[in-house]
Write a protein that binds this ligand. Structure first.
Ligand code: DAH
Length: 335
């Protein structure tokens, strides 16, 4: 072949290569077939090399001309390949996203693990501590009558002490109990002393809701009746209990008044720099024992009552009682 004929041949081969390669590249279906195509076009034994194989037959001034054309075509094809690869990758990502869309309305796959409410945990801890001291659990009804809630506890009708505990009255002298103290009477009616009981439960008062008041709250009542019990037993028991619950917070007893105990005291713990009342207690009033047919010359005892919410709040540093009732999981899950 003359150099002229070779030139023509190479030129038309390059034209054809340019046209066909562009088409093949744009129709490559995925990155693997694109790579195979790249090797077959530009690889060592690829089409480009084959076309240029006969360059040796060209004349001295034709060779650089074809060389230049071939280089431009090579760069052009490389750019087309890169572009196509980019497009294929984008398409693949889009397909993946489409097939992996998340159905936000589907039910969750895992089951949330619940746990006990901090008030329940606190109640159980208090009750446990007394059980460890030999006390038995006793419970009474939330709907009480006037007798158990007041009269038998030495709070006769028209006694001003009734104002301390205003409650919700139902029909027939029934009411929602204002404290757990009626359990003392109910238990002593059914059980001969000596007795030691601890009684957790829900109580009700006509209080407006604020950060420290709730019309429904929880108490734990404690009662011990035996021969020879005196104030030192009360004090020792309360101190041992508070130490077990709060650790080494300072404790003080303050003289107070409850109709069903004599003498009576309120107990404060020092918390965040101030004294905080945590429970009421006292020696069971002889009038209460007599009302139950127990001889105060033989039997004596002590009683105590505490608010579970207060204990829970001090223990966990909770600032507002309402947090314990609003069932906000963001709050509850901290415990
Ligand atoms: N029942 C009292 C109240 O709710 C608390 C209380 C005080 C209970 C002294 C007692 C006690 O057993 O001895 O305010």
């Amino acid at each position: 072949m003359s150099s002229n004929a070779t030139l023509q041949q190479i030129t038309s081969d390059l034209d054809l290569l340019e046209a066909e390669a562009a088409m093949e590249i744009s129709s490559a279906k995925d990155s693997e077939s694109l790579e195979i195509l790249r090797v077959s076009l530009l690889g060592k034994k690829g089409r480009m090399s084959r076309v240029l194989g006969s360059m040796g037959k060209l004349s001295g001034n034709e060779r650089p001309m074809i060389g230049k054309r071939a280089n431009i075509l090579k760069v052009q094809l490389q750019e087309l390949l890169t572009e196509r690869l980019k497009t294929l990758k984008l398409e693949a990502t889009a397909r993946e996203l489409e097939s992996e869309t998340i159905d936000v309305t589907a039910p969750p796959s895992g089951t949330l693990l619940g746990h006990r409410h901090p008030l329940i945990v606190t109640t159980e801890k208090i009750v446990d501590l007394f059980c460890g001291l030999g006390y038995e659990v006793a419970q009474g009804p939330e709907v009480e009558n006037d007798h158990y809630n007041f009269t038998a506890l030495n709070i006769p009708e028209d006694h001003p002490a009734r104002d301390m505990q205003d409650t919700f009255y139902l029909e027939d002298k029934l009411l929602l109990r204002t404290h757990t103290s009626p359990v003392q009477i109910r238990y002593l009616e059914e059980n001969e002393p000596p007795v030691r009981i601890v009684s957790p439960g829900r109580v009700f008062r006509r209080d407006a809701v604020d950060s420290t008041h709730s019309p429904v709250f929880h108490q734990v009542e404690v009662l011990a009746i035996d021969e020879g019990l005196d104030f030192s037993h009360l004090r020792g028991t309360v101190m041992a209990f508070l130490k077990a619950f709060f650790g080494d917070l300072p404790v003080r007893f303050r003289a107070s008044y409850f109709p069903f105990t004599e003498p009576s005291a309120e107990v404060d713990v020092q918390w965040r720099g101030r004294w905080l009342e945590v429970m009421g207690c006292g020696m069971v009033d002889p009038a209460v024992l007599e009302g139950l047919g127990l001889d105060p010359a033989r039997w004596s005892g002590f009683a105590a009552g505490l608010g579970v919410e207060r204990f829970c709040m001090v223990r966990h540093g909770i600032d507002d009682i309402r947090r314990l009732y609003t069932s906000d999981l963001r709050f509850l899950e901290q415990f």
